[in-house]
Design a protein around this ligand. Structure first.
Ligand SMILES: Nc1ncnc2c1ncn2[C@@H]1O[C@H](COP(=O)(O)OP(=O)(O)OP(=O)(O)O)[C@@H](O)[C@H]1O
Length: 258
């Protein structure tokens, strides 16, 4: 398998407010590199403030890295090409479902990215919206409904439909499964795994929950204070955690693999 997303030496520092002769900087991310293949999932785990969201924002183009480069299919992603970036790398948040604009129908919500990013006519867009809703386990006719007519789990599926409608290659799941109860969560994980195979997607899973990370990811990166302290195959890292941050995380969740 060849590399889909190649992240090389990405770092980020924020300038903090201060006197002009005493400007302070916060290093949110020290230079880090990783690569993901299609149909694979990389989990990013770390305590609060470890830099996970900053990294995710850089990947989707919402933050500019201080240094480093990102390649998708061998092509350098330019920071200013936001449209190209958001077509290929999409993000779903924990509360994505609740942020759906309540005054728009599902059809209008899913039509927005298509109008902005494609040259499809109205009929083609409507057909694509119908098939995308079916792909995420909803009905084509749900396009005429409003967000408040859906449950939390269904709203998360609508966010997923919005994320996949432009046929992206990478989806970042930022605690996207955290708010779901265990049975809805496993349904959503199975759906995500099916879509991964069908569409050749790579996932980046940001999660605090080591149970989800173990079930869902192939590889894991453990972060602390902006640095990757441990990384490797999820099962191997969890069987034999080397770094004290990983060990502490596992102990705090009473998590053990024999
Ligand atoms: N816009 C910003 N300006 C200044 N500092 C920032 C900014 N965004 C993030 N930071 C700082 O960068 C560091 C990393 O933050 P980040 O949100 O990436 O952590 P995180 O691992 O996602 O945490 P959480 O799990 O709580 O979301 C923190 O110290 C944070 O305060």
């Amino acid at each position: 398998m060849s590399v889909l997303l190649d992240v090389k030496d990405i770092a980020k520092s924020f300038k903090l407010k201060g006197h002009w002769y005493h400007k302070r900087k916060l290093n949110a991310l020290s230079p880090l590199s990783f690569a993901i293949e299609a149909k694979k999932t990389l989990a990013i785990v770390g305590e609060t403030g470890s830099g996970k969201s900053t990294l995710a924002k850089i990947l989707v183009g919402a933050e500019t890295p201080t240094t480093g480069k990102i390649y998708l299919n061998g092509q350098l992603l330019k920071n200013q090409h936001f449209k190209q970036r958001c077509q290929h790398i999409r993000m779903i948040f924990q509360d994505s479902g609740t942020t759906l604009n309540p005054s728009l129908t599902i059809q209008e919500l899913l039509d927005e990215p298509l109008i902005l990013n494609t040259v499809l006519n109205e009929k083609q867009r409507k057909n694509l919206i119908r098939t995308t809703l079916q792909k995420v386990g909803l009905l084509g006719d749900h396009m005429n409904f409003y967000p408040h007519m859906f449950s939390g789990g269904q709203k998360q599926r609508i966010s997923l439909a919005r994320a996949i409608i432009l046929q992206p290659q990478v989806i970042i799941l930022d605690e996207a499964l955290a708010a779901l109860d265990p049975s809805l969560r496993s349904q959503m994980i199975n759906l995500l795994l099916d879509l991964q195979q069908q569409m050749g997607l790579a996932y980046i899973l940001i999660s605090h929950n080591l149970g989800i990370v173990r079930h869902f990811s192939d590889d894991v990166m453990i972060m602390s204070q902006g640095e990757v302290v441990e990384s490797g195959k999820t099962i191997e890292v969890m069987r034999n955690p080397q770094h004290k941050v990983t060990q502490k995380l596992m102990m705090s969740q009473n998590f053990q693999i024999k």
